[in-house]
Design a protein around this ligand. Structure first.
Ligand code: HEC
Length: 163
């Protein structure tokens, strides 16, 4: 019994040190790449499909519910990918402005606003409330604008314009 317990303890210790090594090896450039891809996926994996069906006479509410729920999960992960020390001074490819870190409360609030809007959109779609879905879709699209403009290359409060 003691042997099993200590083997388990050793296993856990090895696993934890493996995780610590993996984290230490994540460079600011890798974090930037991951968050840029994640941001891109907001559009290509989730919101583009919602936008498409919203333009039709009878939007596919089941699709909207699934895509909005997926977007919400993606956004929660993305929120973790803006740690201090990943600005342009160390990672030249990022378009995140220094205000992300100097104005953190506002940045976090803009993120929360988008996640809340996305969740409310998913709920309205699940309930089959098409009028609420229409209103909420506008609110969600507007929430992106809390940090940057619509076109991919545009800048904004928290993003540099593409050079
Ligand atoms: C809380 C602030 C915030 C919100 C809200 C936000 N973004 Fe972003 N987004 C950023 C920042 C900062 C960057 C720049 C990231 C970088 O270059 O490191 C970015 C980058 C992007 C990019 C460019 C990715 C690339 O390859 O350079 C796209 C596309 C994008 N966002 C789409 C969206 C969409 C669509 C929404 C709404 C559903 C949204 N964003 C909402 C902060 C935000």
């Amino acid at each position: 019994m003691i042997r099993i317990v200590s083997a388990l303890a050793l296993g856990t210790a090895l696993l934890l040190s493996a995780i610590a090594v993996a984290l230490a090896q994540t460079t600011p450039a890798q974090i930037v790449k991951e968050r840029q891809e994640g941001m891109e996926h907001n559009w290509t994996e989730y919101f583009r499909d919602i936008s498409g069906t919203m333009k039709t006479a009878s939007p596919d509410l089941a699709l909207i519910a699934t895509k909005a729920a997926g977007a919400s999960e993606n956004l929660k992960k993305l929120e973790q990918l803006f740690p201090p020390g990943t600005g342009r001074d160390v990672a030249p490819k990022t378009r995140a402005k220094p205000e992300v870190w100097t104005n953190r409360a506002e940045f976090d609030a803009a993120f929360k606003n988008l996640i809340d809007a996305t969740n409310t959109l998913a709920d309205a779609a699940k309930k089959g409330d098409v009028e609420k879905v229409k209103v909420q879709w506008q609110a969600t699209a507007k929430a992106c604008g809390g940090c940057h403009g619509g076109p991919k290359k545009s800048g904004g409060k928290f993003r540099f314009e593409e050079e």
